[in-house]
Design a protein around this ligand. Sequence first.
Ligand SMILES: NC(=O)c1ccc[n+]([C@@H]2O[C@H](COP(=O)([O-])OP(=O)(O)OC[C@H]3O[C@@H](n4cnc5c(N)ncnc54)[C@H](OP(=O)(O)O)[C@@H]3O)[C@@H](O)[C@H]2O)c1
Length: 312
Amino acid sequence: MKTTLLGRTGIDVSVAGLGCGGHSRLGMARGNSGNQASRIVDCALELGINFIDTARAYGTETAVGNAVLGKRDRVVISTKSFAGRAGELLSGADVVASLEKSLTRLQTDYIDIFNLHGVSKEQYPHCVTEILPALLKQQELGKIRFLGITEAFGRDPSHQMLKMALPDDHFDVVMVGFNLLNPSARHSVFPLTIEKDVATQIMFAVRRALSQPAALAEVVNKLIDDGELEETVMDRRNPLGFLEQHPGTRSVVEAAYRFCRHEPGATVVLTGTGSESHLKENIESILAEPLPPEIMTELESLFGQVDSVSGN
Ligand SMILES: NC(=O)c1ccc[n+]([C@@H]2O[C@H](COP(=O)([O-])OP(=O)(O)OC[C@H]3O[C@@H](n4cnc5c(N)ncnc54)[C@H](OP(=O)(O)O)[C@@H]3O)[C@@H](O)[C@H]2O)c1
C-alpha cells in the first residue's frame, strides 16, 4: 500500500480508502450480514487500507466498530451526521447526539474525521452558525480529532456547496465527487484544497455509470441529448469502448480508479464494495500507474467540460 498525508491533519493514510456507504454499503445493501460486512473491513485492513469512511446513515458503523476492535489506533475513521432531516435543519445538540451514537456503534471514544454529510449550498450557512460551534466544543473534549464536510454530488454535480465553503476554511477534510465523466472538481475544488492543504476524500470514482454498461449508456445519451457531448465523436452504445481496447488499460472500472488516484489534489480515493475480489482488484487499480497520456487527452476532450452528471 502507498500512503500519503491527509493534508494539514498530518495523519498518514493509505491512498485507497474503504467506503462503507454508496450503493453497496459493504454488501449490506444486497442482504449481506453485519458479520460479512465486518469481513470486508478486515480484508481491507489486511490489504493495507487504514482509512475507513462510514456514516450513521449507512448502517455500517457497527460492522466497522466490530472489525476495528483491538486495532483502533491503527485505523483512521471518518464518519458523518446529516445537517438536516426531512426538510428540517438539525441543531448543534442534534448533531452532537448523532456523534454520541456513532461513538457507541463504532465502539470508540474518538472519531478521526467527523463530517457534516451531504451538505447543500442552502444548508451550509446554518452549518457554520449553528452546528460548527457545537462540534468545535466536542473537538476540545477530544471526541473529534478533525472536522470534515461532504457534498451531495448527485444533486450538486458542479460543487456549489464546496465552492462556498472552501474559502471560509472551517474544515480540514472535504469529500468531493470526481470521476472521468465529471472531472469538474479539477477546476473548481482542487485549486482551493491544494492552496489550503485541505485533504480530499474522493467519492463516485466508479459508482453506477462506470461499473454498469447500461447506466453508462444512459448518462452518455443524456449528455448527448442535452448538447454537452458531440454525438459525432461518441458511440452511444459503447461510449468507453476505447478504454477497454487500449493495451494500457484493463477495464473501465480499472481506468476509472486510476483516473482519480493520480489527479493532483486527490488525497484518498474511496472504493465502495461488498466483494472481496472487487476490493483486491480496486486496490490494485488505485495503486497502478497513471493512465496513458493519449487516454487522458481523449477523456479530457470528451468529458473535460462536463459538470452536470454524477454517474450515480
Ligand atoms: N455525500 C456523501 O457523503 C457520500 C455520498 C456517496 C458516497 N460517499 C462515500 O463514498 C464512498 C465511495 O462511493 P461508492 O461506494 O459509490 O464507491 P465507488 O467505488 O465509486 O462505486 C462502488 C460501486 O461500484 C461497484 N464496484 C466496485 N468495484 C467494482 C468492480 N471491480 N467491478 C464492478 N463493480 C464494482 C460496487 O458494487 P460491488 O459491491 O458489487 O462491488 C458499488 O456498487 C461510499 O462508500 C461512501 O463511503 C459519501
